[in-house]
Design a protein around this ligand. Structure first.
Ligand code: GDP
Length: 461
């Protein structure tokens, strides 16, 4: 944990640009002293006399005493504020120059520029929110879909924090019991039996396993699924990309091999977000430009989680299709999700699903059909449950997922150790598990991790 911050920080909290109102926020031990140097309440009261959480009208002036604006001022007294510190919020007219000038007045009065996410970082340090709740604040600001917004709101409400606190409590209860057995073997303490400990670990394992699987949905909703569309030339890859992207960004043409580069798009499929790249096809070719595309395509498949493999059923299944098949078979073995798209279903069929036995297939006419059939299929592969109406805890980023995986692996080892090696090794494994979950919600976390998280915020949040 951090010591309290000595600087009083200030930043413009609203987006850069013209607007009806802008908000400048000042936070820190000296927020009121600094504010009094350039904010003059119409009531002539001193800041000490003004009630906390109240709004008042004031003249805001620069260092030379020139009036900059008449603004509404809100003050919050520590510890009852977002940051846990004294906070002054200036709601001024939303001009770019005006807000800059007011911010400069705050600087000349003793405040320093806030770094990205520094207000929320201070809130975290003051114990106002956990690290997962802070991440939900970023999620709320960054949300591109209602599903992402719902998950962020659920995170801010502390559901995930409460779950991890419970898991942490359950793990430490078993640790305490193990060390009591080791340290005071003969004392008649009220303790868990071996069966109790195993049952407790089983239930922790079940909770962690559920959290771990929730990340498939959380990742699809909040981070997006790296997706590649592959297939031999002219199967309809660009048409499918356009269908998903709902615009004509990729080049669609009858000449084989015209999609020469990888094109990236972010598209929404129901609650899932796809980070999409089209490829130049995976066939071998002598053409240098095309070849660059082909090599890139192979790499894209490696870097993707979802592969839409496109086959043109109006042409005979050939060697190039076989190559695609080999590639997606390998991809699926590596844990990737594959949808084999049997495209051009509006034309006469040369082959059908039998060629793609073992794969999840979708029969489609990208040229004539509506996007929903494709979007629904993709969504069904990643989203489980009804996001809006379920109340399950869902992991929303890779950091949380890594902590849960580490915690789970350690509890599984601890249970095994309890059987095979004895109590002390089980205790060590459980301590590792407790640390992993404590790192997730921020109780035990390195400065580097915290820096990394808060740097994703905008300045002023
Ligand atoms: P790519 O090389 O795989 O990217 O293929 P394109 O998307 O450029 O499509 C090749 C040709 O097939 C274009 O003329 C498309 O209009 C056409 N095409 C794509 N999908 C369909 C489909 O479902 N039905 C029909 N009839 N034509 C399609």
């Amino acid at each position: 944990m951090y010591t309290m911050f000595s600087d009083t920080i200030a930043a413009i909290s609203t987006p850069h640009g013209k607007g009806g109102v802008a908000v400048i926020r000042i936070s820190g031990e000296n927020a009121f002293e600094i504010a009094e140097k350039f904010i003059f309440p119409k009531s002539k009261k001193s800041f000490a006399e003004i009630k906390a959480n109240s709004v008042f009208l004031a003249d805001v002036k620069n260092a030379e005493g020139k009036l900059l604006d008449e603004s509404l001022i809100t003050i919050f007294r520590a510890p009852r504020s977002y940051t846990g510190e004294n906070v002054v919020e200036i709601s001024c007219h939303g001009g770019v120059l005006l807000t800059q000038n007011i911010l400069s007045a705050a600087f000349s009065s003793g405040a320093v520029q806030a770094g990205p996410g520094e207000f929320t970082r201070r809130a975290f340090s003051a114990g106002k929110l956990s690290l997962t709740e802070a991440e939900s604040v970023i999620g709320m600001i960054d949300a591109k879909t209602n599903a992402a917004l719902t998950l962020a709101q659920r995170g801010i409400s502390g559901k995930l924090r409460k779950k991890t606190e419970k898991i942490y409590g359950d793990i430490t209860a078993v640790i305490g019991n193990i060390y009591a057995i080791i340290d005071f073997p003969d004392e008649d303490l009220e303790r868990m039996t071996r069966d109790d400990m195993e049952a407790a670990m089983d239930s922790i394992i079940a909770e962690l396993t559920a959290l771990k699987s929730s990340y498939r949905t959380g990742h699809a909703v909040c981070e997006g699924i790296p997706t590649v569309i592959c297939g031999k030339p002219n199967t309809g890859k660009s048409t499918i990309l356009n269908l998903l992207a709902e615009n004509e960004r990729a080049i669609v043409t009858d000449i084989a091999g015209t999609t020469r580069d990888v094109i990236s798009e972010t598209v929404v499929c129901g609650s899932a977000l796809l980070r999409l790249s089209d490829t130049a096809g995976i066939h071998e070719t002598a053409d240098i430009v095309e070849k660059m595309g082909v090599d890139r395509s192979r790499k894209e498949i490696e870097n993707s989680e979802l592969i839409l493999a496109v086959f043109d059923t109006s042409r005979p299944f050939d060697q190039e299709d076989e190559e695609v098949l080999a590639l997606i078979r390998e991809a699926e073995e590596n844990g990737k999700t594959v949808i084999a798209v049997l495209n051009k279903s509006d034309k006469e069929k040369c082959f059908g699903e039998e060629k793609l036995a073992g794969f999840d297939t979708l029969t489609l006419s990208a040229k004539t059909e509506d996007r929903k059939i494709l979007s629904d299929k993709i969504e069904s592969k990643f989203i489980s449950g009804d996001i809006e109406n379920s109340n399950e805890e869902i992991l929303t980023n890779a950091r949380q997922y890594a902590s849960v995986c580490e915690c789970l692996a350690s509890v599984v080892s601890a249970k095994y150790a309890l059987d095979i090696y004895g109590d002390d090794i089980a205790g060590t494994e459980l301590e590792r598990a407790a640390s992993a979950i404590a790192e997730m919600d921020g109780r035990e976390v390195s400065v580097d991790v915290v820096d990394h998280i808060f740097h994703k915020f905008c300045v002023g949040k």
